[in-house]
Design a protein around this ligand. Structure first.
Ligand SMILES: [Ca+2]
Ligand SMILES: [Ca+2]
Length: 135
């Protein structure tokens, strides 16, 4: 019986060790994954003509659909223009996947409270709470 108990204990230890090994990736979402996800989500939602990039019209459609979000960002006359100017880095009149990822990266840095390059669910919730408070 003693042997059995030892065996169970050893198995339990091994079972605990496994998830620890799998955790070479920290809990939460790393920057690159966040950027890729965001860009894909925005394209999936906003790229009306499915050309893989956002035209200004497609991008503005989002802002008009979400007036609260635009307000939270402090939308004023001309703000959309300046925002677009910053986002369209190569000034081709479209937001490419790369440009959307750059935008997501900036957002990530604002949300990553402890700056460790990983967005935890707590940091996401805090950011969501702030957005609500701004409204
Ligand atoms: Ca561009
Ligand atoms: Ca973090």
């Amino acid at each position: 019986m003693k042997t059995f108990t030892t065996l169970v204990a050893a198995t339990a230890i091994a079972a605990c060790a496994l998830p620890a090994l799998a955790q070479t990736k920290p809990a939460g979402q790393p920057l690159a994954a966040f950027q890729a996800d965001r860009a894909e989500q925005m394209l999936a939602k906003l790229d009306a003509n499915k050309d893989g990039k956002l035209s200004k019209t497609e991008f503005e459609a989002m802002r008009q659909k979400k007036p609260d979000a635009a307000k939270a960002q402090g939308a004023k006359a001309g703000r959309g223009e300046r925002l677009w100017g910053r986002l369209d880095a190569d000034k081709d009149g479209f937001l490419s996947r790369t440009e959307l990822q750059a935008m997501a990266g900036k957002r990530f840095k604002r949300m990553d409270a402890d700056g460790d390059g990983v967005l935890t669910s707590a940091e996401r919730q805090a950011a969501a709470g702030k957005a609500k408070a701004a409204m």
